[in-house]
Design a protein around this ligand. Structure first.
Ligand code: T1G
Length: 682
């Protein structure tokens, strides 16, 4: 019998149980109508003597992905989620949660308020609130520790870790894993047994302290992580109702924080980035077999990603030894990933990996991607070979990080099939993928590249063809500005510390040392003849390399390294190289305050972002934020450079641009700030 079909919660009776099915696509987020529908259905359950219990389930293959993130900026409308959970606990009949798809955030909290939880295999469970700069706001910090103990709850809530149904069962979070959650939940007769009435299991203090330290480290001690830890620990000392009230206060405070707003921006920006503008939508070409040219680190990483996605991979390299090593390394890596439960066991075998030493072997490939040395002539030669052997209609992709995709395409007779696919290292780990459309790329190529990226579980971002695409172009402007600051008076450690304090994973000079200075040195040497002498040029890196200081791998670069550890500061050699550069430019060195360093660095990024957007290299402003956060260590909690710019005072921002314009001098191009600050996604 159907009771209510109008509401987003459809209730019907099955076997004496009221099945309350939430139907709020795409992910059954707990928007106000859902909350209201649940309260109404629970009242009906309580009032109807013929019903023995209730089951809450989700339609469309998923339970509930949590509170509706779109509602966060708005004042909450009743009934609130805690009201719904209170109604579940207060209901005299047992209520069972039938979990499938996603049971996340408020969705899992709702399930924890039920009397039992049945999860279908394949369900993902977790309290990922800290990733949004908040903490669970509906009892998650109080109920979860009552089931798992404080240390496990610290891990799960403090890091936002997501669990499989089986892992959740092992931790006591769900009672049963079943092939069909709804029928198992209907069959389940748990009796009334609210989690809130359970004691928090006792644990040794050092176990809790260890879990706390790990969560703090993983979450970089951001405010939400600190609050999450405090709330979970409070569960062990406070009565349930008091713990709940404290949790709610912290949740409400964090919800309106600038950091939470920035993280929400990133949540939606990442989902927007993978969507093609209407004009570029097309049926993607089918990609089942991928040829990867070059068995170096990058080629291997790409091959691993493709193998993990279930594709067939032809790994080509002329060097037999390198190829054999790569094949072995891939087999080991996949076996390890399967053993750790990260990929399905059937993906671990080597059946879909073909090691190839002749070009004719790449013929079956639907997509060929080269990952050879970053040198135009080398890439062009490889593309001539690919052109001569790849099948008609195959996608020919280059993994170049800054070279001109059109010039590479011109080495082939089929530039319409050529695309840039810029992976980030390590390619099997990093999610970012820049998909670069060339001037001659066929209309379906962008869609093919984006779809291929999604299939590899990457975060593909569409870019136009221009030096360094989005990421390296902005990073280049940023690093150059940091070099100017070296000459102006700051030491590398001043700059690195200021930017790490802002939230970057690493400062630019520590990054340069890590990736090696020699590559940049060679590139600079190659470009020396073309450089306009009027442009400001900082020779510090060249002089470091002349002294054999190539960065971490040579034991010294901007910093020195002993047993792999970076020195706190720079040594006299480096300082005198920098001082000499300042003197040669006629500059009197002056101290730069951390805030000046931060603002000049960010202004350089913002200016370049404006130029990229105006030039059509980036499709939307938020894509730039996604690239910088995902690929370059820009702090996620600051929302990316464009988001940051939009939260700044306009006059101050203009003044920052004046400062970097003066520091750059000849050749400075000012980006259209108006466009960057007001553009809304197409
Ligand atoms: N609210 C609103 N929209 C959401 C949403 C949510 N919670 N989750 C997903 N969407 C939209 C998303 O924007 C996209 O929309 C579509 O759903 C598909 O998502 C009180 C405060 C569920 C595992 O953090 O992890 O509960 O782009 O592209 O890869 O304590 O989305 O199509 O228009 O990601 O299949 C906690 C976040 C909230 C879960 C599905 N919950 N979501 O992944 O598809 S805070 C989360 C996810 C909370 C309580 C607190 C994933 C997913 P569109 P998708 P997917």
């Amino acid at each position: 019998m159907r009771i209510d079909t109008m509401s987003v919660v459809v209730a019907r009776i099955e076997d004496g149980v009221l099945l309350m099915e939430i139907n709020n696509p795409p992910v059954n987020a707990l928007s106000q109508p859902v909350r209201a529908g649940l309260v109404e259905a629970l009242e009906r359950l309580a009032a109807d003597d013929t019903l023995r219990g209730g089951v809450i389930a989700g339609a469309g293959g998923t339970f509930i992905a949590g509170a509706d993130i779109k509602e966060f900026g708005k004042p909450p409308a009743p009934p609130l989620l805690p009201d719904v959970l209170a109604a579940i606990e207060a209901c005299p009949k047992p209520v069972v949660a039938a979990l499938q798809g996603a049971a996340l955030g408020g969705g899992l909290e709702l399930a924890l308020a039920c009397d039992a939880r049945v999860a279908q295999a394949g369900t993902v469970l977790g309290l990922p609130e800290v990733a949004l700069g908040i903490i669970p706001g509906a009892g998650g910090t109080q109920r979860l520790p009552r089931l798992t103990g404080v240390s496990t709850a610290l891990r799960l809530i403090g890091t936002g870790e997501r669990l499989s149904a089986e892992a959740a069962k092992a931790l006591g979070i769900v009672d049963e894993v079943a092939p069909d959650a709804v029928s198992a939940a209907i069959a389940c007769r748990p009796g009334k047994r609210p989690v809130s009435k359970l004691p928090v299991p006792a644990e040794a203090a050092d176990v809790i302290a260890k879990a706390e330290a790990a969560a703090l480290k993983a979450g970089k001690s951001r405010p939400a992580v600190m609050e999450a830890i405090a709330a979970v620990k409070a569960a062990a000392t406070l009565p349930f109702a008091e713990g709940l009230a404290q949790e709610r206060d912290a949740f409400l405070n964090l919800r309106t924080s600038p950091e939470a707003a920035a993280l929400r921006h990133m949540f939606f920006a990442e989902r927007e980035a993978v969507r093609l503008p209407a004009a570029l939508r097309a049926k993607p070409r089918r990609v089942e077999t991928v040829a990867v040219i070059g068995a170096g680190t990058m080629g291997r990483g790409i091959a691993q990603s493709a193998l993990e996605a279930g594709l067939t991979v032809i790994l080509y390299d002329l060097n037999a030894e390198l190829l054999a090593t790569a094949g072995e390394a891939l087999r080991t890596a996949l076996a390890e990933r399967a053993a750790a439960g990260k990929i399905a066991a059937d993906l671990a075998g080597n059946a879909r990996l073909v090691l190839a030493r002749t070009w004719a072997d790449i013929v079956p490939a639907d997509l060929v991607i080269e990952a050879v040395f970053e040198d135009l002539a080398v890439k062009q030669e490889v593309f001539r070979q690919i052109d001569a052997h790849a099948r008609l209609g195959a996608v020919l992709a280059t993994n170049t990080s800054y070279l001109d995709v059109d010039v590479i395409a011109a080495a082939t007779a089929r530039p319409q099939d050529v695309l840039g696919l810029h992976f980030f290292s390590p390619a099997n780990v990093m999610k970012l993928l820049e998909v670069v459309r060339g001037a001659h790329s066929a209309p379906d190529l962008a869609a093919t590249g984006m779809e291929f990226g999604k299939h590899l579980k990457k975060l593909p971002v569409l870019c136009g063809n221009g030096f360094g695409f989005i990421g390296n172009r902005i990073y280049n402007a940023y690093r150059t500005q940091c070099e100017y600051m070296l000459e102006d008076g700051a030491w590398p450690e001043d700059i690195d510390t200021a930017l790490e304090t802002f939230g970057f994973a690493m400062g630019p000079f520590a990054v340069a040392d890590l990736s090696g200075l020699d590559i940049a040195w060679r590139m600079r040497a190659a470009q020396a003849a073309m450089r306009d002498a009027r442009k400001r040029y900082v020779p510090v890196l060249d002089h470091l390399c002349e002294q054999g200081r190539f960065g971490r791998k040579s034991g010294a670069g901007y910093y020195t390294y002993a047993e792999g550890r970076r020195s706190a500061g720079t040594d006299d050699t480096v300082r005198s190289i920098i001082e000499a550069a300042s003197a040669a430019r006629g500059l009197t060195r002056r101290t730069l305050a951390p805030e000046i360093i931060q603002r000049r660095s960010l202004a350089a990024m913002v200016n370049e972002a404006a130029l990229l957007l105006a030039g059509g290299i980036a499709q939307r402003a938020s894509d730039i934020d996604v690239v910088l956060v995902q690929g370059y260590g820009f702090p996620r909690f600051a929302g990316g450079p464009v988001y940051w710019a939009r939260t700044q005072d306009r006059t101050t921002l203009e003044r920052d641009l004046d400062i970097i314009a003066a520091a750059t001098g000849f050749g400075f191009e000012r980006g259209p700030l108006d466009l960057l600050l007001t553009e809304s996604a197409p």
